[in-house]
Design a protein around this ligand. Structure first.
Ligand code: TYM
Length: 333
């Protein structure tokens, strides 16, 4: 079977970008009997960006409830919390000793932090932790631990999957064949969903549309999407519009073609946003109800995660035993 694996960092509430970039394609892939899927909550990754324990915990609950509400079937998916699998952090160290520092120097997240510091006239390493610097190694451990073949992610994560591949190849070259070489899978139509201000939708930009807002709040957020000042009746360019881009991520091809025409015909922004609200709300309404029920039943969520951890460890424990042996860590005699 092809192994599919993906994770979400447990900071903040999941948003439409996470949904179209990772959750929706991952759930679709899990329904294919040729695949074996591993989906998880990256709560150790969360510590890189968030040092508020309550927020990390709350977000872990929300993201778990989100996957379940959106129809993830835990009978055919290994669904777990990163921190429940101690082999991942153990493998992370082992891989740290194989990962080139020069490779980490090129990681986007680290480079962005350095660039922001330089812009602000600060020391380049101001506020940069070793966690941020070596974040791709922890991600490599997540992926390699389960010998994942395909990793469905948004465009921003492609580099990290490539780094995981590099690290795996280096390990295999030195210690023998232990890891499958993973590949990122990106849906081009929605590779980077834009946020309210037209930049990439991201928790760090504060421009997100959270997935499970109330209808009223969802409408409000969609109304806040930045547009130009063109009046009703004036032709609008779909290809530079966030409203159109989000539309495309939720619509059928036919609906997209119709909306493209409506833009050319000068649809009013208010009308386009109203239709976008209806489209997005239509796709999410049922899941929103299930999400609210699940959030009221944390015990059920915890049970699902415990079951998932047990399944995950049936893969990770033997692999880690094999890795330890490969690097020369084994009983004496
Ligand atoms: P994270 O939590 O930032 O995002 C989770 C997933 O959502 C995708 N995504 C987007 N896709 C399209 N448009 C957007 N605006 C958008 N914003 C986010 C991300 O690309 C990602 O697929 N390091 C990872 C989590 C992780 C992981 C892994 C992923 C940890 N270990 C192993 C895959 C495999 C992260 O912070 O994603």
């Amino acid at each position: 079977k092809t192994r599919i694996l993906t994770g979400i960092t447990t900071t903040g509430s999941p948003h439409l970008g996470n949904y179209v970039g990772a959750i929706r394609p991952a759930i679709e892939a899990s329904q294919n009997a040729d695949n074996l899927s591993f989906y998880f909550l990256a709560n150790y990754h969360a510590l890189i960006k968030c040092q508020d324990p309550e927020l990390v915990h709350q977000s872990t609950t929300e993201i778990a409830a989100t996957w379940l509400a959106l129809g993830l079937n835990t009978d055919n998916v290994v669904f777990y919390r990163q921190s429940d699998i101690p082999e991942i952090t153990e493998l992370c160290w082992t891989l740290n000793c194989m990962a080139a520092k020069g490779l980490m120097n090129r990681a986007h997240a680290y480079k962005a932090a350095v660039a922001a510091n330089l812009d602000a006239g600060e020391d380049p390493d101001f506020g940069v932790t070793m966690g941020l610097y070596s974040y791709p190694v922890l991600m490599a451990a997540d992926i390699l631990m389960f010998n994942a073949n395909k990793v469905p992610v948004g465009k921003d994560q492609i580099q990290h999957v490539e780094m995981a591949r590099d690290i795996a190849a280096r390990f295999n070259h030195h210690y023998g064949q232990h890891f499958a070489l993973p590949e990122a899978v990106v849906d081009d139509k929605v590779a980077v969903l834009q946020g309210l201000d037209g930049r990439k939708m991201s928790k760090s930009y504060g421009n997100t549309i959270p997935l499970f807002l109330t209808e009223k709040q969802l409408k409000k957020h969609i109304n806040k999407i930045k547009t130009n000042l063109l009046e009703p009746g004036e032709p609008k360019d779909p290809d530079t519009s966030t409203v159109f881009q989000i539309w495309q991520a939720f619509a059928t091809e036919e609906q997209t073609a119709d909306m493209r025409q409506a833009f050319v015909d000068g649809i009013a922004w208010g009308e386009a946003k109203k239709q976008l609200f209806e489209l997005v709300n239509g796709e999410l309404a049922e899941a929103r109800e299930r999400y609210n029920e699940l959030m009221g039943n944390p015990k059920f969520i915890e049970e699902k995660l415990q079951e998932g951890a047990e399944k995950a460890r049936s893969f990770s424990a033997p692999l880690m035993t094999q890795c330890r042996k490969a690097v020369g860590i084994r009983p004496i005699g």
